[in-house]
Design a protein around this ligand. Structure first.
Ligand code: GDP
Ligand code: IMO
Ligand code: MG
Length: 431
């Protein structure tokens, strides 16, 4: 297959970064198509740890083209710092290896301020638990047709006009929240200064990707977040502000949906969520603590403790359907080592009926109780396993049952944070 989309199939942090890095060996181009630096992707290669937010996880391989597509919202100051940090780790990043779409909307400091002010002002029940990085306000400006985009950085008159347009909206909004008006001159000067560092990477991503695709190059589309945080199909309003599901890969870079050959859903062997919102299989007991401790479940971006729970097959079946997932990468199986019994949610009971999906109405969601199936665990270690034959029989049974319940085959299996502790079942890039 020529072009593969990678998407998170739960609430993010499924291990997308590790899998994208692993798969990038087979790709020529790695393209981010949504989200921003709310993403936190950890890669471990020969014990060296790389933490990425805005950069595609393919950068570490070297010799590939990394792309930031128009579906992303980009904080240019954060990107410049991230590039500097990753370069210090010996990774080569230059305009030859990184391209940013000219039509990418920028995240400005005022977006972060607005995001954080709203969260602070929110009462219990309305707080979203955002990463505070300005993602929501930046996407609001995009849809509101008042974004400053990468291409606008090239011309001072355009930039001034765009800033004025944005401030016309933001100053009254800030006043209502008790924040002082924007310092226009300072914002303009900061933008002019960062423009010099960003513009060398700017280019017509849609054109380059279409040309490269026609030339037979392989594109790996890297999703951030997870389908349950999708603005349409997630647990709204406790979601992020972009489409996360696989269809976004096409609009987020400017290629047609016919160019996507394979969708790889990244699925963690249990469930985590960071931030507020419904989580039917959440565990507030010793089992939940154990998952969090064994899985090192702390957010990369905010350091927050991730909420942990049993695997929810009903939700993953739903997300595999909305993204048209061809196969999954099943990650963090090793974290389940040593549990005597494992539970899998197979549906929800609501008013005496069993549903095989989670309804959208908040009031229904609150009354849904998970229906569990139990499976025996395993006492042996799966950590670092690199072949099916190394897996204990009960671990294989667990994986097989998950495949049945979500109606999707396992293509890859991950057994530790290390790049090479990965079992290949079906190569998503194979013809
Ligand atoms: P992403 O946001 O989907 O890229 O995931 P994160 O990087 O935020 O979180 C996944 C964490 O689990 C990272 O610290 C990875 O290094 C780690 N990880 C990935 N795969 C595995 C695995 O199979 N086993 C274990 N134990 N850790 C893993
Ligand atoms: P990766 O790519 C997990 C969550 C936040 C919050 C909600 C909205 O590492 O999987 P936002 O700042 O986007 O407006 O926050 O979305 N969230 C993530 N949770 N992994 C992520 O990214 C996330 N990006 C955003 O915690 O609940
Ligand atoms: Mg993450």
């Amino acid at each position: 297959m020529a072009n593969v989309v990678v998407v998170g199939a739960q609430w993010g942090d499924e291990g997308k970064g590790k899998i994208v890095d692993w798969l990038s060996e087979r790709a020529d181009i790695i393209a981010r198509f949504q989200g921003g630096h709310n993403a936190g992707h950890t890669l471990v290669i020969n014990n060296q740890v790389y933490k990425l937010n805005a950069l595609p996880s393919g950068v570490v391989r070297g010799g590939k083209l990394s792309v930031i597509g128009n579906g992303v919202v980009l904080d240019p100051w954060h990107l410049v710092n991230e590039i500097a940090k990753i370069r210090e780790q010996g990774v080569d990043i230059s305009p030859e290896t990184l391209m940013i779409a000219e039509n990418t909307p920028l995240i400005l400091p005022i977006h972060g301020e607005l995001d954080r002010a709203r969260e602070e002002a929110a009462s219990k029940g309305t707080k979203i638990g955002t990463t505070g990085r300005g993602i929501g306000p930046a996407y609001e400006d995009k849809v509101g047709r008042r974004s400053i985009r990468v291409a606008d950085l090239a011309d001072e008159a355009t930039l001034e006009a765009r800033v004025d347009r944005a401030l016309q909206h933001h100053d009254p909004l800030r006043k209502g929240l008790g924040i002082e008006p924007v310092d226009r001159e300072r914002l303009l000067n900061d933008l002019k200064a960062i423009a010099k560092e960003i513009l060398p990477y700017a280019g017509p991503v849609w054109k380059v990707l279409n040309e490269q695709r026609k030339a037979g190059k392989r594109i790996l589309f890297e999703g951030a977040q997870g389908a349950l945080l999708d603005i349409d199909f997630g647990t709204y309003p406790f979601v992020t502000s972009s489409n996360v599901i696989a269809g976004q890969a096409a609009t987020g870079v400017g290629i047609g949906p016919t160019s996507i050959d394979y969708v790889l859903g990244i699925v963690k062997a249990y469930t985590t969520r960071v931030g507020e919102g419904p989580f039917p299989t959440e565990l507030l007991d010793e089992d939940g603590n154990r998952l969090g401790t064994r899985g090192h479940e702390f957010g990369t971006v905010t350091g927050r403790k991730r909420r942990c729970g049993w695997f929810d097959a009903a939700l993953v079946r739903q997300t595999c359907a909305t993204s048209g997932v061809t196969g999954i990468a099943f990650t963090k199986l090793d974290v389940l080592d040593g549990f005597e019994t494992l539970k899998i949610c197979v549906g929800y009971e609501l008013d005496g009926e069993v549903l095989d999906y989670l309804p959208f109405a908040a009031e229904d969601q609150a009354r849904c109780t998970p229906v569990y199936e139990e499976m025996p665990g395993w006492s042996e270690s799966t950590e670092g396993a690199r072949s099916w034959n190394d897996l204990p029989a009960n671990a294989v049974k667990y994986v097989k049952r998950v495949e049945e319940l979500i109606d999707c085959p396992v293509a890859l299996l991950s057994t530790s944070p290390e790049r090479d502790d990965t079992i290949l079942v079906t190569d998503p890039f194979a013809d």
